[in-house]
Design a protein around this ligand. Structure first.
Ligand code: PXP
Length: 240
């Protein structure tokens, strides 16, 4: 399966917020990214609004022509905004104020009640729901029970693995989780920590549909420009 690239533009906004300025604007970045050929734009409206702001999400909704994927926690205010904005997709993530970035997958069992309440609401408005989880069959089963369409497998541990053994172990977990998820009718995306060096092995996992990548592409774009940074990643992802 030819994979899709969802570009996470949070860190364009991080740079803007470093100076509380009006640039760089993640909206411009989304336009350039779509022209460069991404399949979707991903942004995380965090509870503390440390990078993406409400204004960004509302403007993105208006200008994104591919697919808008909103990463979000189960916070009531954020859910309300998401239901109003109607992204094409949402990805539900755990959120902790002190973390630098999302640290692990959501505990679906612990949040089962809330997930069972809100997922049908998003399904009703045509927003596809994904849950960000670690490659763990118990979590995958629960994601199916709460009627998610997708899971996004957390590739964070794989990305951080140092030794060949660790990398192999983490990769196996992702492969097995993908097989199990698809066998029970879930669709599978993946992301977190993927870069130009480690993405190939994930591209080789046939059933994964979309890779959501942010930090590595936005960082590389500082050197070579956003268009080239995206095109080099697209080359790796589409070539397989
Ligand atoms: N997917 C999810 C659910 C995330 O929380 C993030 C980080 O915001 C990403 C993908 C992208 O991760 P990275 O910026 O490390 O590529």
């Amino acid at each position: 399966m030819i994979k899709k690239l969802g570009l996470n533009i949070d860190h364009v906004a991080t740079l803007r917020e470093a100076r509380k300025a009006i640039y760089p604007d993640p909206i411009y970045a989304a336009v350039i990214a779509e022209i460069a050929g991404v399949d979707g734009i991903t942004a995380h409206l965090r509870e503390d609004r440390r990078h993406i702001k409400d204004r960004d999400i509302r403007l993105l909704r208006q200008i994104v022509k591919t697919s808008l994927n909103l990463e979000m926690s189960l916070n009531d205010e954020i859910i309300k905004i998401a239901l109003d904005v109607k992204p094409d997709e949402i990805c539900i993530v755990p959120e902790n104020r002190m973390e630098i970035t999302t640290e692990g997958g959501l505990d679906v069992q612990k949040n089962k009640l809330k997930l069972s309440e809100i997922i049908p609401e998003f399904n009703k408005i045509g927003t596809k729901v994904s849950i960000f989880i670690d490659p763990d069959n118990k979590q995958i089963e629960k994601a199916k029970e709460v009627m998610a369409t997708y899971i996004e497998l957390n590739t964070g541990k794989y990305s951080e693995a140092k030794t060949e053994n660790e990398i192999y172990t983490e990769l196996q977990k992702l492969k097995e989780a993908t097989s199990f998820a698809t066998s029970i009718g879930l669709r599978v995306n993946a992301g977190h920590g993927l870069n130009y060096k480690n993405v190939k092995e994930i591209v080789n996992i046939e059933a994964i549909e979309t890779l959501n990548i942010g930090h590595s592409i936005i960082s590389y774009s500082v050197y070579v420009g956003l268009e080239r940074a995206i095109k080099e990643m697209l080359d790796l992802i589409k070539r397989g």
